[in-house]
Design a protein around this ligand. Structure first.
Ligand code: KG4
Ligand code: ZN
Length: 361
């Protein structure tokens, strides 16, 4: 690749419409020339969750605008693009379809190759974009819709070592916030409230730690929180600020302990790792980040947490995954399908839960 590769990426699998341009010149580190994200939080605010039809309509309206903005930000035209990469799943099908159709239109109109990207691969390959991490490494995807450990051995070689069998951690944070009357998204609100709280006042369970392996469960934690809250209300007629602080601190500590212990087991299953990387919105949590980082240090493995804008949903990760796949020879035809479900590791048994927001990471 004498002049390198420049890839346009599109993402629309949940509630963020995004377009980005990523370039890698021969022998150089990749560069994000543009990354545009139009969130939809306000559109779904009244409904307590993402409404698929509203999301799909908004994606269809915003994708073209995002692409124009991304090309303008990068200061290039379609003539300088080598391929169009698009999230082809997993996700809310209307949104994924909007993205795939838009990408096909651009590819057909400009005569460009098309590359379908698995959204989870986008998250899992991000540490290569941000830090040039070599294979093999362990990735923990931890978000509002997903929680899984992936051994990443190539841009199309993923082994799932374990995952949540019910709720995703972000979902548990969001539900906890709702139960305690805190604002959404729940993660940052719970983290703020937990500050100065006593994590030992309530004894929250550490689900599945008694069982071998890396699978996790978070729904019991949420039920335990509900019971503790209701007991306090029955006893005192309501919740004091100190109660909220202690409940949040206890919940966060339990979740952190489960993630750290399961991460230790996942790390112990692997040899020759170049690093342990986290991605997803929950990776923004300072307590969880600190626990995972010190675990990695104790295990003698570098810890990587991409900047938050590249941890949460974005199109730079899709452009980058597309670039890696394109370089490896992957091309898709105009029969590229939008897939609501698309496990990264086809050989792993299906997990029971997929999270409130559907298949998201
Ligand atoms: O990756 P993301 O932006 O989108 C999804 O895949 O859902 O993650 C959003 C999730 C939400 O559930 C949010 O509450 C959680 O990440 N989150 C956090 C924090 N910031 C965001 N959870 C815990 N602590 C945080 N600081
Ligand atoms: Zn995601």
């Amino acid at each position: 690749m004498p002049r390198g590769l420049t890839i346009l990426g599109l993402e629309s699998s949940c509630d963020d419409t995004a377009a980005a341009v990523v370039r890698q010149r021969a022998g150089a580190r990749p560069e994000i020339l543009a990354s545009v994200v139009h969130g939809q939080t306000a559109l779904h605010a009244d409904y307590g969750g993402v409404v698929p039809e509203i999301a799909a309509r908004a994606h269809a309206e915003k994708l073209d605008i995002c692409v124009e903005e991304a090309l303008a930000q990068a200061g290039i035209g379609l003539a300088e693009i080598d391929a169009v990469a698009v999230t082809a799943g997993p996700g809310l099908i209307g949104g994924v379809l909007s993205g795939v159709m838009c990408a096909k239109g651009i590819a057909a109109g400009a005569g460009l190759p098309l590359v379908g990207v698995n959204h989870l691969a986008g998250h899992a390959l991000t540490p290569r974009l941000t830090d040039g991490l070599d294979f093999p490494y362990l990735a923990l995807l931890v978000s509002g819709g997903h929680c899984q450990f992936l051994l990443v051995e190539g841009c199309d070689a993923f082994t799932r070592l374990g995952g949540t069998i019910d709720d995703a951690p972000g979902e548990a944070f969001d539900k906890t916030a709702r139960l305690l009357g805190l604002p959404q998204p729940g993660g940052p609100a719970v983290e703020r409230t937990a500050r100065g709280g006593d994590p030992a006042r309530f004894s929250f369970p550490r689900p599945l730690l008694d069982r071998p392996g890396c699978d996790m469960s978070f729904s019991g934690l949420k039920t335990a929180l509900l019971r503790a809250r209701d007991a306090l209300i029955a006893e005192q007629g309501g919740l004091y600020e100190a109660d909220r602080r202690d409940l949040c601190a206890g919940f966060q500590a339990a979740l952190r302990d489960v993630l750290a212990e399961k991460s230790r087991r996942a790390l112990d299953q692997c040899t020759g790792l170049t690093g342990f990387a986290v991605a997803g919105g929950v990776a923004a949590n300072a307590a969880i980040r600190a626990a995972l980082s010190s675990l990695a240090e104790a295990e003698g493995v570098p810890f990587l947490a991409p900047p938050l804008a590249l941890c949460t949903d974005n199109a730079a990760m899709i452009a980058w995954a597309g670039l890696e796949l394109f370089r490896a020879g992957h091309r898709d035809g105009f029969d590229l399908a939008a897939r609501p479900r698309w496990p990264l590791d086809g050989a792993a048994p299906a997990l029971l839960g997929s999270g409130r927001k559907g298949a998201k990471a």
